[in-house]
Design a protein. Structure first.
Lengths: 392, 411
């Protein structure tokens, strides 16, 4: 254990919880933005303990040459269908220590080795002035060596790390100058003005979760209380990604770079639909959307199991999926409706009511959004409208 | 039987409409405590203490009102949160912008005491999954009084085991003030529930004692409910030595929730639960009726296919030795008003106990709803569309073995 490491951990422990948002760089401190694109960069550093105060300490991502760069071995990836987070775009990365690989699992998240670091950077394409765009995330544009900072506003980067005793989540928030991201274990609210393609504007109270709230989604097993990654499952990853050297299936790429072993050929692995793909069947798009947005809580083991409503991919029983199901403890979340899903009648379905609410006591998901995902609501409306039958 | 058939409806309806504005007098809520703001920096300190908590920690909340715009979460076992008193240390969520509850706990060996949680957007205190939970001298309140916009549940342990709620208060919840769901081995005592839709609700819970509580000015006082499609069915619940009076607040629950079907003016309600014992309570002046025994069929669950593993019928219900008085004079809802008028006349009142009449016809011994020491029982004939209600009390003359007391083994 190097001395520098010990000092870093001590410092991070001392200052944990004391950080202030939007801290400007101190005078005399070299601004990270001044780094040249080709400045030397030490390899990714895995902290087996502690909570580094500055995202840069991980050597995972850095601001250099006007871009948010990814270090060597930091592999970007996308999901077929992603969680909606106030229209934020997401740059996801995975890194593993040399010689380590995840074991393939067909249905659950892969079995990742100690030392694995996931990062997810939430950002928005910039609009005019301080506004940001309310747009569909087509995937990160990394051409030229990283996200171009003149085009995007970085909000936060969340790390999910596999340590000896399990997964740990650390939320980092980017400063106004977009030069560094500081640990914000207490989370915060970031006010954003979203502008749609039609010029429509709305304000988002974008909530950076506090560290305990990370478990609101990633604590997918209420009994064990352990955190789990949600995205890196075969069905979400099984798609192409535009790598520097061209398009390639992600499962194949992870296998090729040595991050994954035991995976079948991509055609043999499960694959969720892209909810945004009009060519995919409605049922598949809706179930993929519900799985990634709701299934981490609404599953037999998740925190939403108290409701008896399960929306994860494996659930097939219509009642469990909300069909003609009475609410349990929804309070005024029912919106005066009787059933979770009323076949053919989206406007009478509690599911739609809760998706199109932005009231924290009504809306679903409970965390991670402050505005309504209009396109997602439309998809689930279509799905319910296409169902046949009646509730007794 | 010589009861008149119900379809006197036209004239009854006219009377009902005329009397609509003259239901039971509505009590007014006044906020319990006005507490001055404390040190604003403590809100962040408190959040950090929840993040950094280690088993054995005692997190003290000094006197004062502390404001939060986002919910709080605790995930570490063995933590105590302790204020200076429920009218001194207040966690206020007025104006909350994010989070579906005030304080969310996913931990065992959790103790919270001497503190208040006010005006959360959603539930006040939710404890989801955990053992050995103690909630003592805690007040959860929506300070503006009853409103459909208030959060659903005040004190809300769910999927918990070995739970003690005592000396606490829940005021203004738009669903249930004190709600224990899908839990096992529970005591709720010496607590007060006012101006909620349901005062105290025990739902899908096994082994609970509810005693020495006061439930008043709710829509329904104390509810023992079983809902389909959950992790367990409840049973073995004793409700005793409570004061359940004047629960006549108009139902402000959102439709669709189970409690939205509870008629205003309900004292103690047993819905689809088996093995419930109600004794030694003081139950009075609940305008629909003092005690209701019903099936989930009366609360909106009519799809038999959806509830194939679920027993919708209340069975082995033991009601005796309560002190009952008044009530039944102004039942809520058309069917019940019509029922009252048809059976007891315009100036009459429903008897102490109302049973909706749903029973499992396959069960040889019948529903075993055993009722003594009451002014009367009316079987509303729900299955028959309320057409042939009955005042005959003979079916309830039966004996049941008494349920054992709950022992939380806390010494």
């Amino acid at each position: 254990m190097s001395m520098r490491w010990v000092v870093a951990v001590l410092v991070s422990l001392l200052v944990a919880g004391c950080s202030k948002p939007q801290e400007a760089p101190r005078a005399g401190e070299p601004a990270a933005a001044a780094l040249a694109a080709d400045a030397p960069w030490a390899p990714v550093r895995f902290f087996a303990d502690g909570q580094p105060e500055d995202l840069a300490e991980w050597n995972l991502l850095r601001v250099a040459g006007g871009r948010l760069q990814l270090n060597r071995g930091v592999l970007p990836y996308e999901l077929n269908t992603a969680l909606f987070s106030d229209y934020a775009h997401k740059l996801r990365t995975v890194w593993m220590p040399k010689g380590q690989a995840a074991n393939y699992q067909p249905d659950e998240e892969f079995d990742f080795p100690v030392g694995t670091v996931f990062s997810k950077t939430f950002y928005y394409p910039r609009g005019e002035g301080k506004a940001v765009l309310r747009s569909y995330d087509e995937g990160p544009d990394l051409r030229g060596g990283g996200l171009q900072l003149s085009q995007v506003r970085l909000v936060e980067t969340r790390l999910l790390l596999r340590r000896d005793n399990g997964w740990v989540a650390l939320p980092y928030v980017w400063n106004r100058e977009q030069t560094k991201a500081k640990l914000m274990r207490g989370g915060e609210l970031v006010s954003l003005e979203l502008v749609g393609a039609d010029g429509g504007r709305e304000t988002a109270d974008y909530a950076v979760p506090d560290q305990n709230q990370c478990a609101g989604c990633h604590g997918t097993d209420m009994k064990s209380k352990a955190l789990h990654p949600i995205g890196p499952k075969a069905r979400h990853l099984n798609r192409d990604f535009a790598y520097d050297d061209g398009l390639q299936n992600q499962i194949a790429r992870w296998t090729q770079v040595g991050y994954l072993k035991g995976a079948p050929a991509p055609q043999q692995a499960p694959r969720d639909a892209n909810w945004h793909d009009p060519a995919a069947p409605l049922e598949a798009r809706a179930r993929a959307y519900l799985d990634i947005n709701c299934g981490h809580c609404h599953s037999p083991k998740g925190p939403g199991n108290t409701s008896g409503l399960w929306l994860n991919a494996a659930t097939q029983e219509p009642l469990r999926l909300g069909r003609c199901k009475l609410p349990i403890a929804a309070g005024h979340g029912t919106g005066d409706h009787r059933y979770g899903v009323v076949p053919g009648k989206p406007d009478e379905s509690i599911l739609i009511h809760r998706m199109r609410s932005d009231d924290p006591s009504v809306m679903m998901p409970e965390l991670g959004r402050s505005v309504v995902h209009e396109e997602g609501v439309q998809l689930i409306r279509d799905w319910i409208a296409a169902q046949r039958g009646e509730c007794g | 039987m010589n009861q008149p058939k119900l379809p006197l409806r036209a004239c009854v309806l006219a009377l009902v409409l005329a009397a609509a504005a003259c239901g039971p007098e509505q009590a007014q809520h006044t906020p319990t405590a006005q507490v001055a703001a404390g040190d604003a920096a403590f809100a962040d300190t408190f959040r950090a203490k929840l993040l950094d908590a280690k088993p054995g920690d005692v997190i003290e909340v000094p006197p004062g009102r502390y404001s939060f715009d986002r919910s709080l979460t605790l995930r570490v076992d063995g933590v105590t949160i302790r204020g200076a008193g429920p009218d001194k240390s207040v966690l206020s969520f007025k104006g909350q912008k994010a989070g579906a509850e005030g304080l969310l706990v996913n931990a065992s060996n959790f103790l919270i005491e001497n503190i208040a949680i006010e005006d959360s957007k959603g539930d006040g205190l939710k404890v989801n999954e955990g053992e050995h939970i103690t909630i003592r001298n805690v007040r959860v309140e929506w300070t503006g009084g009853p409103s459909t916009k208030n959060g659903g549940y005040g004190l809300y342990p769910v999927k918990t085991r070995n739970v003690l709620i005592e000396n606490s208060a829940a005021i203004g919840a738009s669903d249930a003030g004190i709600y224990v769901g899908q839990s096992r081995d529970v005591i709720v005592r010496n607590s007060r529930a006012e101006f909620n839709v349901a005062g105290i609700e025990i739902e899908n819970t096994v082994n609970a004692d509810v005693y020495d509580n006061t439930a008043t000015n709710n829509t329904g006082g104390i509810l023992v409910f079983n809902m389909p499609a959950l992790s367990q069915q409840g049973g073995a619940i004793r409700v005793f030595k409570n004061k359940v009076f004047k629960n006549n607040t108009a139902n402000f629950g959102a439709k669709g929730t189970p409690v939205a079907s509870v008629p205003a003016g309900s004292g103690v309600v047993v819905n689809s639960n088996d093995d419930v014992e109600i004794f030694d309570n003081d139950i009075s002046d609940n305008a629909t009726t003092n005690i209701i025994v019903s099936s989930v069929y009366s609360t909106g669950y009519k799809d038999d296919k959806a509830s194939k593993d679920f027993d919708p019928y209340p069975e082995r219900i033991n009601i005796y030795g309560n002190r009952l008085k008044g009530g039944g004079d102004s039942p809520d809802g058309f069917d019940l008003k019509a029922l009252k008028t048809a059976l007891y006349g315009l100036s009459g009142q429903l008897p102490d106990v109302l049973w909706d009449g749903y029973a499992n016809k396959q069960r040889k011994e019948g529903p075993q709803i055993c009722i003594r020491d009451v002014s009367g029982v009316v079987n509303a004939d729900g299955p028959g569309g309320y057409k042939n209600p009955s005042k005959d009390v003979k079916p309830y003359a039966c004996e049941l073995t008494k349920l054992p007391a709950i022992d939380l083994k806390r010494g």
